[in-house]
Design a protein around this ligand. Structure first.
Ligand code: DCP
Ligand code: MG
Length: 413
């Protein structure tokens, strides 16, 4: 008799307070303290390090680090350690607002190079143990446990523990893992026992462990869908599951409604995709103060050119070229505007990106002051695979996109 095929077991792994935990590796004296990461610049950090250049980083006194209550600026919190979260502060909260809740929390800036280094490292540790890994961004991955030796033991707990230990031993970082019959449930499960937790969910647990959760916990139900669900008096995943599929289709459209019904019942067949290619690369920056297209023209122009250079640098480093170039603005009233334009060849050239992005800028209103500016290159191909034309060739814009500057827009860039 052939053995039964193994049961599908998919893990979702998410690092704990990732950016903050990376900082704690070099400042272990701060462990256990409330810390928020944010503020953007590394200046503060450099001042401290210079002052204490006579000793290792781990011996800089805790008192030397800046406190959240002394922070002045418009930065937003990127993440917070778990002790800081007890005060109600967390990702995306303004730092000045957070200072009211946790005045004595320490503030550290993000070090992207360091974060990327650890991101690569923890992913490669996982791949050595379980090869089918889907990269989902800087601090999370899906892992297919199904065929991995030991992946079925205790529903995946044994393998999850092994991965957790290996990451902790080799990097000093902790993570949380959910193991479930599919990606959808695994993603929710990895949050159940954060930080440094493991949770195992079986298909039969959907009723008891998934249905009580608020609808937003389903990865794919965003703020807009949530508002609409609430209006229909559907608050939990179970509330959605209790609806007829046809009713959901009537209210949310054929594909989204049907997907929602499946999701609420914990059904999801998506495979773990090992090689995920990026669809776009972008860089954006929030200004220290709002800038005006005319009055701050020089400053804005320099930042814009810099962003284009950075995106071009990212493309070149990672070996991609792209065809669609776009911009994003956030006005002082927080409204967002985006424009993009597709050119007839693939590029990673900063000048070309600058030129096409400049064209896009002509198509937005520039009377209000700006808070944020971003540049994106999409429709990516691997550099070798794309048929390229000369790098310095002038981009030929799409017919539809050669709109004249409209009244009210400014020809600045
Ligand atoms: N991040 C960010 N901006 C946000 C949210 C997160 O830059 N609005 C960054 C900082 C986080 C990292 O991404 O450290 C991972 O995001 P998570 O949502 O996984 O948050 P953490 O890993 O910090 O905490 P948790 O333990 O809840 O996963
Ligand atoms: Mg995380």
């Amino acid at each position: 008799m052939p053995a039964d095929p193994p049961i599908r077991r998919i893990a979702h792994l998410d690092m704990d307070a990732f950016f903050a935990s990376v900082e704690l590796l070099r400042y272990p004296q701060l462990r256990g303290l409330p810390i928020v990461i944010g503020g953007g610049r590394r200046k503060v950090d450099e001042i401290i390090r210079e002052k204490y250049s006579d000793r290792p980083l781990s011996e800089i006194p805790v008192e030397a680090f800046p406190l959240l209550k002394d922070y002045v600026g418009r930065g937003v919190i990127t993440t917070a350690t778990y002790p800081a979260r007890q005060f109600g502060v967390g990702s995306a909260m303004g730092m000045m607002k957070a200072a009211k809740l946790a005045p004595d929390a320490l503030v550290l800036p993000v070090d992207f190079d360091e974060v990327r280094k650890y991101s690569r490292q923890f992913k490669s540790i996982i791949r050595e143990i379980a090869p089918v890994v889907e990269d989902r961004g800087v601090d999370e991955v899906y892992i297919d446990f199904t065929e991995v030796p030991g992946g079925q033991r205790e529903g995946g707990r044994v393998l999850a523990r092994l991965i957790q230990k290996a990451i902790q031993q080799q990097t000093g970082l902790t993570c949380s893992i959910g193991v479930a019959p599919n990606k959808l449930i695994a993603k929710m499960a990895s949050e159940f026992n954060k930080p440094n937790g493991i949770s195992i969910v079986y298909q039969d647990d959907v009723r008891t462990r998934i249905w009580p959760l608020p609808v937003r916990k389903i990865n794919g139900i965003g703020p807009k869908a949530e508002v609409k669900l609430h209006k229909l008096h559907l608050l939990t995943v179970g509330d959605i599951a209790a609806q007829e599929r046809e009713w959901l289709v009537d209210n949310f459209g054929k594909s989204y409604g049907a997907w929602m019904h499946d999701a609420a019942w914990g059904r999801d067949d998506r495979p773990v995709v090992t090689e995920s290619e990026p669809v776009s690369m972008s860089r954006e920056t929030t200004f220290d103060r709002d800038l005006h297209a005319v009055r701050d023209r020089a400053e804005l122009g320099a930042i814009f050119t810099d962003l284009c250079r950075q995106v071009a640098g990212d493309l070149q480093r990672k070996g991609y070229v792209g065809k669609t170039i776009g911009i994003k603005l956030r006005y002082d009233d927080f409204r967002i505007a985006t424009r993009d334009q597709t050119i007839d060849h693939f590029t990673d050239d900063p000048k070309t990106i600058r030129q096409v992005a400049g064209q896009c800028l002509k198509r937005v209103q520039l009377e209000r002051r700006l808070r944020l500016l971003g540049v994106r290159v999409g429709k990516l191909e691997k550099a070798g695979a794309a048929v390229e034309t000369a790098a310095n060739e002038a981009p030929a814009p799409d017919g539809a996109d050669t709109a004249e500057a409209r009244p009210g827009t400014l020809d600045l860039f």
